[in-house]
Ligand binder design. Structure first.
Ligand SMILES: C[S@@+](CC[C@H](N)C(=O)[O-])C[C@H]1O[C@@H](n2cnc3c(N)ncnc32)[C@H](O)[C@@H]1O
Length: 252
């Protein structure tokens, strides 16, 4: 997208770019901020009021203020988007190459676990897990099943942090190497275990739990402490507790 042009030109260029399958929508300032911090290739940034977005960057994220100022262009968001984020800014960023993502996931030695989501159903949950993985410095998040982990609603719930970790779709055949720890209320108490850095931490779907085929591949079945009458925790909450038990980013 050109750095110059009238709001109409910018809007036309946005519409053309928005049709590209290799671009994802970053909805709102925080998603843009995270994507910039973690090296996303940003193709377009539009706002009703570019000056207020620059002011927001100056106040909340001076580290990306210069980039925001350089990139943001004026366009009427309500003509370009079905829903306008309260921060009044949207961006389009390049979705990373899946082959490069898979290569990163296979790289050894692995210094932090990979989170495996076995046929997740809730897009908000998957975004929350991406956000957790980014915060804990996990190697990545992989999903099995028919949901695209780069679905716009997952990216929205992930607050732009897809760019801070590796997020890919996999099958049972392309599951990365490493000891597989499947989280299930019937497993062994996690408090008695040390989770290794090269672990695959697998979580079941919201409705059905861990699938029989992944359970059959598991090296360990692990449970999170829970009172007897409670059936299960929320998926993203379970990932949070498990990553916390693993230990978190080494540098913090
Ligand atoms: C909402 S739960 C799934 C509930 C599902 N009805 C079932 O039968 O397991 C989603 C996932 O979170 C993880 N999970 C939830 N509570 C857990 C617990 N107490 N111990 C270990 N994992 C748990 C599991 O991986 C589970 O498959």
């Amino acid at each position: 997208m050109s750095e110059h042009g009238s709001p109409d030109d910018i809007a036309r260029q946005w519409r053309e770019a928005a049709g590209r399958e290799d671009l994802v929508l970053l909805d709102g300032f925080h998603a843009l901020k995270h994507a910039l911090r973690f090296g996303a290739d940003i193709q377009a940034v539009v706002a009703d009021d570019p000056a207020s977005v620059r002011a927001l960057a100056a106040e909340l994220a001076p580290d990306v203020e210069g980039d925001v100022g350089r990139l943001v262009r004026k366009a009427e968001l309500r003509t370009l988007l079905t829903r306008v984020h309260p921060t009044g800014v949207a961006a389009l960023a390049v979705r990373p190459d899946p082959a490069e993502g898979r290569a990163r996931l296979e790289r050894m030695p692995r210094t932090a676990p990979i989170v495996v989501l076995d046929n997740p159903r809730n897009l908000g949950n998957v975004g929350a897990v991406v956000r957790l993985a980014a915060g804990f410095g996990a190697t990545g998040v992989v999903t099995r099943g028919d949901l695209d982990p780069w679905h716009p609603n997952v990216v929205r719930a992930g607050a732009g942090l897809h760019y801070a970790t590796t997020v890919e779709h996999i099958t049972l055949e392309t599951l990365p190497a490493g000891p597989l720890y499947a989280l299930d209320p019937e497993g062994d108490d996690i408090r008695a275990l040390t989770l290794p850095d090269d672990a695959l931490l697998a979580f079941g779907s919201e409705r059905h739990g861990i699938s029989p085929e992944l359970r059959a591949r598991a090296d360990h079945l692990v449970s999170l402490p829970m009172r007897p009458q409670v059936s299960s925790y929320n998926l993203a909450t379970s990932v949070a507790m498990t990553l916390f038990h693993w230990g978190g980013p080494k540098a913090c």
